[in-house]
Design a protein around this ligand. Structure first.
Ligand code: IMP
Ligand code: MG
Length: 400
């Protein structure tokens, strides 16, 4: 994460850079205590703005909330956010208020929001469904989920509690075998687990190609997964997606992508699939961030302006070293998982992903379907799951 995303404005007044050359005025601890109090107040204010926004949502007047006036792009909240308490927690770990030059950063705020979301979800629990993105969230970009990945016991612990798990990835393959190759560590561990009953094991599903292929865990199967026929999980609205429109949208996207490759002299090739089209770099080559972003924006604009792009949802995104256009997006993918498990609500669902910048990022759309946590690497996913487990244990102890 770079400094491009700093969110320092409300906080910069409270930083104390001059303290470095005026050492006698206040001790570092005193300064930290003052900064702590002020940052905590700001968090409390935002928490209350969100509570007010939810009250407006419930009354059907969300467009008139104070938060909406301050942040016109703000979306729907599925739960309140315990921002004040989450700040206390993250400040105790990251010592945010002890810094004199660097005010709370984008990453500090992102992690406070994740903690706040985890707190709200566990307190109004149980958390019924957790969906995970694949690349960068569960394993490094382009890698696979191997046996030693420390996220495995944490996902198994969630399954043991009865939480449903969906892996909602853009990676789009028709065959179970390809997902088995990428997720082998987790699938083998679930298969071998003696802590999980056969029924609980079936609470693990994989949604591939954003919202295109659903697989359910299948004990004893050599690929550990079974394709679920579309009629068993498609949402009503998805039944209206016509094959002819799908082909037409992918044709338009293919032309746009091909033009980008030619215009920017990209060392890349086109890859057309049944439900997606993309460009991937030629062997050993790396595409620059600017080239990837330009390709996404050009393709997205052309699709938005096409008539088929108005009829059919799609997702154009920058995958780090490739660009893909998929039919549907992760809001459809997560909603289909909720539907498949009998209608789980957005307020009982958490999607964990790394791509939440609104332009050219595919996890962003999941925000329409449920609560979200924005992580920057697989280590943060693990820390988040540990936080959820700790918070949940606290709630359980209180209820005894
Ligand atoms: P995610 O982070 O799990 O959503 O996976 C995104 C990555 O999957 C992309 O960056 C691509 O490298 C890869 N991928 C493989 N097949 C597809 C596809 O059909 N559509 C989109 N991405 C794909
Ligand atoms: Mg990802």
């Amino acid at each position: 994460m770079t400094t491009r995303y700093r969110v320092e404005f409300p906080f910069v007044l409270h930083s104390q850079p001059t303290a470095v050359f005026e050492p006698h005025r206040q001790t570092t601890d005193q300064m930290a205590a003052i900064a702590h109090r002020r940052y905590a107040e700001i968090m409390r204010d935002v928490e209350e703005l969100i509570i007010d926004h939810i009250a407006h949502q419930n009354a059907g007047t969300h467009d008139r909330s104070k938060l909406k006036l301050l942040v016109p792009s703000v979306g729907r909240f599925f739960t309140p956010l315990a921002l004040h308490e989450a700040f206390l927690y993250q400040d105790s770990k990251r010592l945010i208020s002890h810094r004199r030059f660097v005010p709370p950063s984008f990453n500090d705020i992102r992690l406070i929001l994740n903690t706040a979301q985890a707190m709200s979800l566990t307190r109004s629990g149980p958390l019924e469904l957790v969906t995970f993105d694949g690349d960068v969230t569960l394993y490094d970009d382009g890698e696979s989920l191997s046996d030693e990945n420390p996220v495995i016991p944490r996902i198994i612990a969630l399954l043991q509690k009865g939480t449903k798990i969906g892996i909602v990835t853009a990676a789009g393959y028709v065959e179970a075998r390809r997902y088995y190759e990428r997720l082998r560590g987790l699938l083998d561990a679930v298969n071998a687990s003696e802590a999980l009953t056969s029924v609980l094991k079936q609470n693990l599903i994989v949604m591939g190609g954003e919202a295109n292929y659903l697989f359910r865990f299948s004990e004893g199967d050599p690929d550990r997964l079974k394709l679920v026929p579309r009629q068993e999980w498609l949402l009503q609205e998805m039944l209206l997606w016509q094959d002819s429109d799908i082909a037409e949208l992918l044709d338009v996207a293919e032309v746009a992508l091909t033009e980008c490759v030619a215009n920017m002299r990209l060392d890349a090739q086109l890859l057309r699939k049944e439900r997606a089209v993309g460009i991937i770099p030629n062997a050993g080559k790396k595409l620059a961030r600017e080239q990837l972003e330009e390709t996404v924006l050009v393709t997205q604009k052309i699709l938005e302006m096409s008539s088929v792009g108005q009829r059919l949802p799609f997702c154009a995104f920058n995958g780090g070293n490739d660009v893909f256009v998929d039919i549907g997006d992760k809001s459809w993918g997560v909603r289909a998982c909720q539907h498949f498990f009998g209608g789980i609500e957005g307020a009982k669902t958490l999607h964990v992903g790394d791509q939440f910048l609104s332009a050219g990022a595919n996890d962003f759309k999941a925000r329409l379907a449920c609560t979200t946590a924005w992580i920057a690497n697989p280590m943060e996913t693990m820390q988040l799951l540990d936080e959820i487990a700790e918070l949940d244990a606290l709630v359980q102890r209180k209820n005894v």
